[in-house]
Design a protein around this ligand. Structure first.
Ligand SMILES: Nc1ncnc2c1ncn2[C@@H]1O[C@H](COP(=O)(O)OP(=O)(O)O)[C@@H](O)[C@H]1O
Ligand SMILES: [Mg+2]
Length: 257
């Protein structure tokens, strides 16, 4: 797997293993991710994609049922042993279902990433943070006149962009997106794909997606997971056209999964 060793990677995953109870979910994952690129994680349901990205912002210890071993180096710091709050400021996450706080205002949703991590921005800073994050998430023009309104009045696609704004507000180095468009209509999906293409210029994106054509459109690199193992990782242009492993080929051709 020649593309495995990115030069000066932002993220370097070494011998990552995750076990739920007695059942292994990820086995000896070694992969490194180049900075300011978009890396897609693909593979059939249940093969460990969510388990993988959850390791990166220490989600497993919130739920407490997984045993995670190995190393994940973020610019050389092992995020599996660092303080989880500081890790979550450096690595943001967005989930499949948009999950803004429905009773909080749009502005407070954007700021909630700070509050959750124990930081309270000063009032004059807060307005600038809200505007910057909403602009980065391509939502500002649609919501600038209703920042004090509750987020539940937004459409699904707008709610997901609000969740992206919330994740971006703390200026993370890495953005994890776990099937961010699978609950959205095609138009909202298109706007989030455009957004990912813009964002990857300044933040490293790890995208889990079931949508192979989406992965083909947006990926700089792609990784194929199967039954908890990393089967193949490579640059998007060759991965999708000329995969090396017959299992990747079979999956991309729709022969299983
Ligand atoms: N919280 C959990 N407790 C026990 N097993 C889990 C848990 N989450 C996921 N698993 C199991 O781990 C495997 C990988 O799941 P997951 O990472 O969610 O896969 P994917 O995101 O690729 O669909 C599956 O067999 C799943 O049933
Ligand atoms: Mg999943």
């Amino acid at each position: 797997m020649e593309a495995l060793a990115a030069e000066k990677p932002i993220l370097d995953v070494r011998s990552l293993n995750v076990v739920y109870g007695e059942t292994p979910a990820l086995k000896e994952i070694n992969i490194s991710f180049a900075r300011n690129s978009l890396h897609s994680i693909i593979g059939p349901s249940g093969c460990g994609k969510s388990t993988f990205v959850r390791c990166f912002n220490r989600m497993h210890e919130l739920q407490g049922e997984a045993k995670v071993t190995g190393q994940i180096l973020l610019d050389g710091d092992d995020i599996l042993t660092d303080d989880p709050f500081s890790v979550r400021l450096r690595i943001g996450m967005v989930f499949q279902r948009p999950n803004p706080f429905p009773s909080l205002s749009i502005a407070d949703n954007v700021l909630s990433g700070f509050l959750i991590n124990g930081i309270r921005p000063k009032k004059d800073e807060a307005d600038a943070i809200v505007e910057t994050a909403l602009r980065k998430a391509s939502l500002w023009d649609e919501v600038k006149d209703k920042l004090k309104k509750r987020s539940m009045f937004l459409s699904g696609g707008q709610q997901q962009r609000l969740c992206i704004a919330r994740a971006l507000a703390v200026e993370p180095e890495v953005l994890l997106l776990d099937e961010p468009t699978s609950a959205l209509d095609p138009i909202s999906t298109g706007s989030i794909e455009e957004l990912m293409l813009e964002l990857k210029k300044s933040v490293t994106i790890v995208l889990v997606t079931h949508n192979l054509s989406q992965a083909g459109r947006v990926s700089d690199y792609a990784a194929f997971f199967l039954l908890g193992e990393l089967i193949e990782y490579g640059s998007g242009s060759t991965f999708f056209i000329n995969p090396k492993d017959s299992r990747t080929d079979a999956y991309l051709a729709g022969r299983f999964g």
